[in-house]
Write a protein that binds this ligand. Structure first.
Ligand SMILES: Nc1ncnc2c1ncn2[C@@H]1O[C@H](COP(=O)(O)OP(=O)(O)O)[C@@H](O)[C@H]1O
Ligand SMILES: C=C(OP(=O)(O)O)C(=O)O
Length: 281
């Protein structure tokens, strides 16, 4: 059960035979969810690790039937984990009350402001207006985090809107939420298109989320991670997430990107002679 009231989460209460007497409860801070969600809408918790379908909605509670929580042992949902409703039009436009509060500080102290869940040009316009109203400097950078289907579809219009002001603009390929919102299968195709569109628009990009994650966490990368990190050379910036081995991850990333720079410039392969195979000439 998802509750509008901000309460501490609690697990389900079961009787001796394992029947649910009271459902598990978690609260959701985004109030619009309770007006927008509809029966049958999919819902995902903790980056898609737990999935469900909405089975009942009221203005204060949303009932969710969990359809997948891993194997028979299930998965624990801890505090502060993300909730995604990929097919629900949340009618969240622009900025929340907390965002506008935070902007008072950002406008005078920030170098860059990142806008999460950009769904269309109106979100960007809203940020631009709020920054102008606060007299934010023209050189305050704006990073647009593309993480939803709508943001992806409207990227050209989003970029044109961002270019209406003199603020430098960049795009983050926010692959964490994008995979949850749009489905894992679409990630490769979507990230490619974002990179190409941004290159054509002369907008720098940030390759984000789970880059060398295994290495940052355990010290040893997977083979797939190395290839993914090398693809970061197609962006202007790569974002790493924290972990006890982050220093090794940074230095490996530097090494991988330097090597890749000999073979690729942005989205274009450099077709120089393959020196490794000269002995075959
Ligand atoms: N589908 C959505 N459309 C618009 N805004 C959303 C959507 N999902 C979440 N948000 C907004 O974005 C906020 C989430 O921000 P945050 O988790 O910090 O994003 P990020 O994953 O970019 O760090 C929510 O509090 C909510 O205001
Ligand atoms: C960068 C992302 O967002 P967050 O800042 O929540 O990690 C993402 O979802 O990929």
């Amino acid at each position: 059960m998802l509750t509008r009231e901000s309460i501490l989460g609690s697990p389900a209460v079961l009787d001796k035979s394992g029947n649910i007497i009271a459902p598990a409860r978690v609260s959701c801070t985004l109030e619009q969810v309770f007006d927008a969600a509809k029966i049958g809408d999919p819902i995902k918790f903790d980056e898609g690790k737990i999935t469900g379908v909405i089975s009942a909605v009221s203005s204060s509670e949303i009932c969710v039937e969990i359809t997948d929580a891993g194997d028979h042992k299930g998965r624990k949902l801890r505090g502060e984990k993300a909730i995604n409703l990929p097919k629900t039009d949340l009618a969240v436009c622009g900025l929340t009350a907390k965002d506008t509060g935070d902007l008072d500080f950002v406008a005078t102290n920030g170098d860059i402001v990142a806008l999460s869940f950009v769904n269309g040009p109106s979100d960007v316009h809203c940020l631009q207006t709020e920054l102008r109203n606060r007299g934010a400097p023209e050189n305050l950078g704006i990073v647009l985090k593309i993480e939803t289907e709508l943001g992806f579809q409207r990227l050209p219009a989003v970029l044109l809107q961002a270019m209406e002001t003199r603020n430098s603009v960049g795009v983050m390929v926010a692959r964490g939420d994008m995979a949850v919102e749009c489905g894992w299968q679409r990630l490769a195709e979507m990230q490619d298109q974002i990179l190409v569109t941004c290159e054509a628009s002369h907008v720098p990009t940030i390759w984000a989320t789970q880059v060398l994650e295994g290495m940052a966490k355990s010290g040893i990368p997977s083979r797939a991670e190395i290839t993914d990190a090398a693809s970061g050379s197609r962006a202007e910036c790569v974002m790493l997430n924290k972990g006890p081995h982050i220093m090794e991850a940074v230095s490996s990333l530097d090494d991988i990107l330097r090597r890749e720079a000999c073979h690729r410039r942005k989205n274009h392969a450099i077709m120089h002679p393959l020196s490794h195979f000269q002995s075959f000439q």
